[in-house]
Write a protein that binds this ligand. Structure first.
Ligand SMILES: Cc1cc2nc3c(=O)[nH]c(=O)nc-3n(C[C@H](O)[C@H](O)[C@H](O)COP(=O)(O)OP(=O)(O)OC[C@H]3O[C@@H](n4cnc5c(N)ncnc54)[C@H](O)[C@@H]3O)c2cc1C
Ligand SMILES: *[C@@H]1O[C@H](CO)[C@@H](O)[C@H](O)[C@H]1NC(C)=O
Ligand SMILES: *[C@@H]1O[C@H](CO)[C@@H](O)[C@H](O)[C@H]1NC(C)=O
Ligand SMILES: *[C@@H]1O[C@H](CO)[C@@H](O)[C@H](O)[C@H]1NC(C)=O
Ligand SMILES: *[C@@H]1O[C@H](CO)[C@@H](O)[C@H](O)[C@H]1NC(C)=O
Ligand SMILES: *[C@@H]1O[C@H](CO)[C@@H](O)[C@H](O)[C@H]1NC(C)=O
Ligand SMILES: *[C@@H]1O[C@H](CO)[C@@H](O)[C@H](O)[C@H]1NC(C)=O
Ligand SMILES: *[C@@H]1O[C@H](CO)[C@@H](O)[C@H](O)[C@H]1NC(C)=O
Length: 595
């Protein structure tokens, strides 16, 4: 690390109170653009600028009985609709601004006014790189808080910001396949093989539909409306195909990006390699606005899907022993090519008044056809589980003809995710070393057991590393937390609250998650071993720089200073966000002139 960088990192620990000149321009101030200036921006983006209100506004202020309100109520939990709305994100808690008592929900009384909360005031519904460039230059020139929203799925609230100008990328849907992709700036003749270039607003389900038509496969996530080119891939992008082909970001070949200066640049291993490195895992909304990304594609292959269910009467001690056994066998399943997800639900309401403790596991084995072989991999675990009479197990494996069928019939059925609720999550990556150690699985499980589990609450496990993700440690140099290369599982927990919960109630949940629960998870392997996935983590993560990026943080911070010295692109717990207050409105450290 260069000495000047160390100094600037140390300086970031000092908290200075902001001067008004260190703050963004706000609506009540004279610096705020006049209607004439907004009109000029609007003309420059071909009339794609809109003034924004929260989506539930039509139900408040006397509109409770209106047709528009009924439509919003019907679509409230439809993620495809939410993704396209400038006045919504996927989780209501990031639309509200509880610290300012600003809410606009459909669950709360309609006779109360609709407050803007963290919903942007204006949005450019971008259709081209030029729309994005014009908006970036406008925001930078007027010192406005800028927000970039794609699908609005971010669990950490990175796609909303109060009193901001938004760029909505969701409408940019181009998808283009090529047989032999040539990187810009590459030596003549050299090709990277088959690839697909997707525009900023392409959702995972749109990508999968296009891939299925072409009988191609790309590494992507398990959701309908998460944005493939947005926060997903820029945060690293984990996948059920990861152990087979690497992280989604390991398979990104090139990005087209609008920089903080409003320039359009291409970043790949030959051009702007520092930006290319940062965009693969450094986090969305931080280094520029991605216009499109090119991903490697692979041939279609058959896939085996296995499903294991484990249950006991609720709270039976043998349940936790079974969870320990499962984790002790997990790296073996992963070594055999298994990847996927599992849900541990300690208190699951069941038939009648009964409650059970349950685990359900779905593991995929891409490019494998012998189910008997997969069954043999599960056999030792099943034998162990059957030793307890309290434990009930169900197991099956089936062969599917291709990844497209797996996606359409098993992983992402229907046409949207169910959202429009409130959620705050916490998470941790756990290493393969832990799970293969003698007492590791037991330590992990006794920690999970010690958490408080309300009815229906789950710990979600993601077996999305190992295999190619681990092997790429030697092949891919990118910004993802190095812990990904050592990880065996990524476990998330979550909390919800009522839309009418008081600020104090919300803060109590936040505090306990941050200071008790995530700390317990962190303590399993100690503070400096492993980390957390920046896209699926606590929004208030302590020491987020090291949790999300580990030893890569200083390099990321330096690249951020180079490409965005004035801090136009700031997101919650994102690279460089420590220089700003929680909402990215006022600078709290560093030089506001960006020198
Ligand atoms: C139901 C669900 C399933 C998920 N499944 C997976 C999964 O399988 N694997 C996985 O790895 N993650 C998964 N995630 C997490 C997901 O990767 C993150 O929520 C991610 O931030 C979503 O990116 P987005 O662009 O769609 O969301 P947004 O909330 O719109 O954006 C997220 C961040 O990226 C920025 N951003 C968006 N677009 C751009 C752009 N074009 N240029 C620059 N910055 C941009 C935003 O400013 C924000 O900071 C899942 C999340 C949900 C809710
Ligand atoms: C931008 O222009 C379009 C088309 O002229 C218009 O419909 C829209 O209302 C304008 N937006 C704003 C914020 O004035
Ligand atoms: C969700 O919204 C999308 C876009 O508005 C719409 O096409 C789709 O039919 C809706 N789905 C459901 C289940 O209502
Ligand atoms: C699938 O496996 C076969 C044989 O093991 C191999 O030749 C082929 O390259 C694999 N396909 C992909 C897309 O990795
Ligand atoms: C559920 O519990 C109630 C009260 O304890 C009891 O009356 C009822 O019969 C129970 N129902 C079942 C299906 O066990
Ligand atoms: C596991 O449980 C789910 C939900 O109850 C069920 O649909 C599935 O068939 C079960 N799996 C097996 C192998 O029985
Ligand atoms: C904090 O979390 C722990 C672990 O989940 C739980 O036991 C405890 O009750 C929580 N405390 C509060 C005040 O919510
Ligand atoms: C909040 O709403 C829930 C129902 O969603 C209700 O049970 C509860 O009484 C409400 N609390 C307050 C403080 O209004």
């Amino acid at each position: 690390m260069k000495p000047f960088l160390l100094v600037s990192l140390l300086a970031s620990l000092a908290y200075a109170s902001p001067h008004s000149s260190d703050c963004r321009c706000r609506p009540h101030q004279s610096c705020w653009p006049s209607p004439k200036e907004w009109n000029a921006l609007n003309r420059s983006v071909d009339g794609n600028l809109v003034a924004v209100r929260p989506v539930a506004a039509v139900c408040h202020d006397g509109g409770a009985e209106s047709e528009a309100c009924r439509a919003v109520q019907a679509l409230w939990s439809n993620s495809t609709w939410r993704a396209a709305q400038p006045g919504a994100v996927q989780y209501e808690n990031w639309e509200a601004w509880p610290e300012q008592n600003q809410y606009c929900h459909i669950q709360t009384a309609f006779d109360q006014p609709c407050e803007q909360g963290r919903i942007s005031l204006y949005s450019t519904l971008a259709t081209s790189a030029a729309d994005i460039q014009k908006t970036v230059r406008f925001a930078k020139g007027r010192n406005l808080r800028l927000a970039i929203k794609n699908s609005g799925h971010c669990f950490l609230g990175r796609s909303t910001a109060p009193e901001s100008l938004q760029i909505l990328t969701n409408g940019m849907k181009d998808i283009e396949f090529v047989n032999d992709f040539k990187l810009k700036g590459a030596p003549r003749g050299r090709g990277e093989g088959p690839a697909v270039t997707i525009a900023a607003g392409v959702s995972l389900q749109e990508l999968y539909h296009a891939l299925a038509e072409k009988k191609r496969v790309a590494v992507a996530g398990a959701a309908h409306t998460v944005g493939a080119a947005g926060g997903y891939i820029q945060g690293g992008g984990h996948s059920f195909l990861g152990p087979w082909k690497g992280m989604a970001s390991d398979n990104a070949l090139q990005f087209t990006v609008v920089t903080a200066d409003g320039d359009l640049v291409v970043a790949n291993e030959y051009q702007h390699p520092d930006l290319f490195w940062a965009l693969r895992g450094g986090g969305g909304g931080t280094f520029g606005v991605v216009v499109d990304v090119t991903l490697r594609t692979f041939d279609e292959v058959p896939v085996i899907v296995s499903n294991l269910n484990v249950s006991t009467p609720a709270g039976h001690p043998d349940f936790w022993d079974a969870m320990t056994e499962f984790h002790a066998h997990l790296s073996g399943l992963n070594d055999a090519g298994g990847a996927g997800y599992y849900y541990i639900i300690p208190q699951l309401p069941w038939i009648g008044n009964a409650s059970i403790s349950g685990l359900t596991v779905g593991l995929m084995f891409p490019n494998q056809t012998d189910t008997a072989k997969v069954d043999r991999v599960f056999a030792p675990l099943l034998t162990k589980l059957k030793e307890s009479p309290a434990v009930t197990t169900q197991y099956a494996s089936i062969l599917l003809p291709d990844i497209a069928t797996l996606v359409s019939d098993v992983l992402i059925t229907g046409d949207s995710d169910s959202t429009g609720n409130i959620v705050l999550i916490g998470s941790r990556l756990f290493s393969r070393d832990l799970l293969v150690s003698e007492d590791g699985p037991k330590r992990l499980i006794s920690t999970l057991k010690s958490l408080q589990w309300v009815a229906g609450a789950a710990a979600t496990g993601h077996i999305v590393a190992g295999g190619a993700v681990a092997q790429n440690d030697q092949i891919i140099d990118s910004a993802i937390h190095p812990a990904w290369r050592e990880a065996a599982t990524h476990i998330t927990i979550g909390h919800a609250w009522d839309p009418n919960a008081s600020l104090a109630e919300q803060e109590a949940i936040r505090e306990n998650l941050t200071n008790v629960e995530v700390e317990l998870l962190r303590s399993v392997e100690g503070p400096n071993k492993m980390g957390a996935y920046l896209n699926e983590a606590n929004a208030y993560e302590k020491d987020f720089q090291s949790s999300f990026w580990g030893s890569n943080y200083p390099r990321l911070y330096a690249i951020k200073q180079k490409w965005d010295p004035t801090g136009l692109f700031i997101t919650r717990s994102g690279v460089g966000s420590e220089d700003w207050d929680a909402e990215g409105l006022c600078r709290v450290k560093g030089d506001h002139c960006g020198r």
